[in-house]
Design a protein around this ligand. Structure first.
Ligand code: NRN
Length: 415
């Protein structure tokens, strides 16, 4: 058996977690039923770099049911649920992932996936595809998918430079992913991560969020729901204006740093919270990141300001600064929702991963006519996911009449 996991003996516990996720992912399970019969991925090798969670496990089992063989590495050194990794390995999936990988081990696992020469890649953050384009690999890839905003940005940059070697479908940009996973998923799972790590009271706390994109907006609304006093820092005038109109205080990070109790970065950029901010923060301020990479909080600057650092809770490091104050960094500045909790709930990953499964099926049918660039998820797939989700929720909606269809397609009827 070809796998690298923390402890294969955890497989039984992993199967329970997978069963829980399956029971809360009806759309993906419906697709799995169809795939089991039609075998659309028969004989195809898929190389995946995703967060190895119970929800990802259901997607891997769906791809396997479709006839594919799968190799899987983690898309973050801290996000793997070891029980799930063990269960998937026992299922015959080539899993190379464990919670607490070093940076070297992280890239070694990606290399082990690429040694399988996958015809399809499935990435979250584009570390696998970037490695694949390093010049060290020479095998044909039909196409790939990308799960997250940061990964899509990297891949679009590669496509713009003309270096991308094969078509990639940006699953992140599907409305049934972006408007749900990024908003409701990140909103809830980030708070989940902060609470599991610290168990602090949110009510009444000044909750500073850097970034008012889909993730920041979802987080702001859920933090407000918990009674926090939300403050938004932004660089984009339109997003900042939306935050103002949504009723949040908006100010530069230089000002927010002086008054905030809890800070969360959700920008996809780097060094958003840095030395000059740490130096003015209140004693006991909490720092967390929910962006894909651990670059949003300036960890090097924090190290330079410290006189001591102690791990005082699972996922909490207490930094004692030269100015006598203490700051608490969660999950080593890595994405707190997956490193300190279980990531998004199954119900919302149900739609994200339904898009993944249907996009892979689409690639196999159409990649020959696709260019080496980044594509949005076909509208038909997006709508199929939404229709299936509504159906599984027992919700029926109206359909347009012929008269309405011709009206919205026409122009002749005016005042
Ligand atoms: N539970 C999860 N399993 C999960 N929660 C969030 N994500 C997950 N992946 C697998 C990803 C979202 O789709 C993290 C990505 O950055 C985001 O796009």
């Amino acid at each position: 058996m070809d796998y690298l996991v923390k402890d294969i003996g955890l497989a039984e516990r992993g199967r329970s977690l997978l069963k829980w996720a399956e029971d809360h992912m009806p759309v993906l399970m419906e697709i799995k039923r169809r795939f089991s019969v039609e075998k659309p991925l028969d004989g195809i090798k898929i190389g995946a770099c995703l967060h190895v969670t119970k929800e990802t496990g259901v997607l891997m089992r769906t791809l396997k049911a479709a006839g594919a063989s799968v190799a899987l590495a983690a898309s973050n050194p801290l996000s793997t649920q070891d029980e799930v990794a063990a269960a998937l390995a026992a299922d015959g999936i080539n899993v190379y992932a464990w919670k607490g990988e070093s940076k070297e081990e992280y890239y070694k696992c990606i290399t082990l996936v690429l040694k399988h020469k996958p015809a399809i890649t499935m990435d979250d953050g584009a570390d696998l595809v970037t490695e694949l384009h390093s010049g060290k690999w020479d095998f044909k890839v039909i196409g790939g998918t990308e799960e997250t905003t940061t990964g899509v940005m990297r891949l679009r940059a590669m496509a713009d430079r003309g270096v991308l070697k094969y078509p990639i479908i940006a699953v992140n940009n599907a409305e049934t992913k972006w408007d749900f996973d990024n908003v409701y998923g990140t909103g809830q799972s980030t708070i989940d991560g902060i609470l599991r790590a610290t168990n602090v009271l949110l009510a009444g706390k000044k909750f500073v969020i850097a970034g008012y994109g889909h993730c920041g907006k979802g987080l702001a609304n859920r933090a407000r729901g918990m009674g926090a006093r939300v403050i938004i820092a932004e660089v984009d005038p339109i997003k900042a204006l939306k935050a103002v109109m949504d009723g949040f205080d908006v100010m530069p990070m230089d000002e927010a740093a002086k008054i905030g109790d809890i800070f969360v970065t959700a920008t996809g950029n780097k060094n958003v919270i840095k030395k000059e901010h740490f130096e003015v923060m209140k004693d006991g301020a909490i720092l967390a990141n929910t962006g894909h990479f651990n670059v949003e909080i300036d960890l090097k600057g924090l190290e330079e300001l410290k006189v001591d650092k102690v791990k005082i809770r699972e996922s909490v490091e207490e930094y004692s600064l030269k100015n006598g104050r203490k700051l608490y960094l969660l999950a080593e500045g890595r994405l707190v929702n997956l490193a300190a909790a279980e990531g998004h709930p199954s119900e919302v990953m149900d739609m994200s991963f339904a898009n993944q499964a249907l996009s892979v099926e689409y690639l196999l049918k159409n990649a020959g006519n696709m260019k080496a660039t980044v594509y949005d998820v076909p509208r038909e797939i997006d709508e199929t996911v939404a229709k299936l989700k509504l159906q599984m929720m027992g919700i029926r909606i109206d359909t347009m009449t012929e008269e309405q269809l011709s009206y919205i397609k026409g122009w002749w009827e005016g005042t």
